[in-house]
Structures are given as C-alpha cells and as structure tokens.
Design a binder for this molecule. Structure first.
Ligand code: G3P
Length: 226
C-alpha cells in the first residue's frame, strides 16, 4: 500500500520525503486555502519535489468546466492527477478525461454504489472518506472493505485510496483490506512510527553502548563518532 500525505504544506511533504516512504500527495480546496500561498507556484512545487501522484482538486459542478480544469491541471506537471467530486457532472467529466488518458481521482465517495460508478466512468483512483463516515456514526472502514471486495470481484483497475484517515489503526486496517493507497494528515503519518517500547529500548541500548564503549578496543570511525 502506497503512503500519501493529505496536505499542501511543503515542510510536511519535505519531511515525509526525507523518511523515504512517501509516494504521493493529495490536496483539496481546504488544504490549499490553509497553506496561504499562491496556487500555481505551490502546486508546481509540490509536483516537482514529489516523485509520484499529486491530486489537485477541481471546483464547481459542470462537466464542461471540470474537463477544462482537468486540461489545465494536466499542464501543471506530468504527475498531476485531476481530482473531481462524485456527482453526475463529475462522473461525466471523469469519463471524458479518462477517455483522453487523463488520470482522475474521484473524491467524496461515501457508498459502494458511488465507487462502482466511479470505476465504470474510468477513474484512476477512488477516494472513500473513512473518518467522515465515522464522524456520523457509520462504519467508514466497512465502506473501504466493501469497495476493496467489489473492485477485486469485478477486476476494476481503479485504485482504492483510503482517505480521511484519522489515526494509525485506520491505516493498518486499510492495508489489511488491500487498499492501494492511504492518504493521511502529517500527524497520522508521524504517529505510524511511534511506539513507547521502541523509545525505551533505544534508550537502554544507547546507555549500555556508552558504558561499554571504553572497553571495546578499536571501533570503525563512524561508530566511534556516533
Ligand atoms: O483530502 C480528502 C480527505 O482525506 C479529507 O479528510 O480529514 O478532511 O475528513 P478529512
């Protein structure tokens, strides 16, 4: 499962890339607004530093306009993916853009029926929103599991991107269900690495090593410095 950051914050993206595990980025109008930077320079920079898909969202709900926006987004960078909301106009635009070979991420998916429509429209990615369903007392992970099962049964090529993930268990379950991609805020990304037993174990090994070092004779230079 590829790990994406759901952010338009360049510092967060650079940090994720430094860890060597970040494969892509998703943005949305709320995240772009929060970044408080010029749209085109910001999205161009994200597409430049990320070696993978970067979803950039369209606005409005009129198929012709969505198609035009899709063409403009594709001019930004080769790794740009056009993000379109799951409406009838959005499906129509998805079909037209997909027929041209343009990659579309169909977003705001809240039901298996919607996910079937997106795949039939030729979507490159479907984005079910797990956390927002949990917020309204509906099982978001169940939706993800249903979509993974249906897509496997039908042999759809559309990738399942688990979105609106709020904590590490969402990510682990998304992987277990066979999601192709999981996108998450930086704080969830960061929480994946943390474990108190790792911290305690690391401290003990470090302390014991420092105590033992004077009695170990010659060490490789890099180990002497560390
Ligand atoms: O960007 C799409 C999705 O991941 C948004 O998540 O946390 O705003 O529900 P959230």
């Amino acid at each position: 499962m590829k790990l994406f950051l759901d952010t338009a914050n360049l510092d967060e993206i650079r940090e994720g890339l430094r860890w060597g595990v970040l494969k892509g980025v998703t943005t949305n109008p709320s995240l772009i607004g929060k970044a408080e930077q010029g749209f085109l320079p910001l999205v161009k920079e994200i597409c430049t530093i990320v070696d993978g898909d970067v979803s950039i969202e369209t606005s409005g709900d009129e198929a012709d306009s969505l198609v035009r926006q899709g063409h403009d987004i594709m001019q930004i960078a080769d790794n740009a993916v056009v993000k379109i909301a799951l409406t009838t106009e959005g499906l129509s635009a998805t079909r037209r853009l997909s027929d041209e070979g343009i990659k579309v991420n169909v977003t705001l998916c809240f039901s298996p029926a919607q996910a079937i429509l997106a795949a039939e429209a030729g979507a490159y990615i479907i984005s079910p929103f797990v956390g927002r369903l949990d917020d309204v007392a509906t099982d978001g992970l169940r939706l993800l599991s249903d979509i993974c099962e249906i897509y496997a049964a039908q042999g759809y090529a559309t990738q399942v991107l688990a979105a609106s993930l709020r904590h590490p268990l969402h990510v682990v379950e998304a992987a277990r269900m066979g999601s192709d991609i999981a996108t998450m805020p930086f704080k969830v990304f960061e929480s994946l690495v943390k474990h108190p037993l790792t911290d305690a174990g690391f401290k003990k090994f470090t302390d014991d090593w420092e105590k033992a070092k004077p009695h170990l004779g010659e060490l490789p230079p890099s180990m002497q410095e560390a």
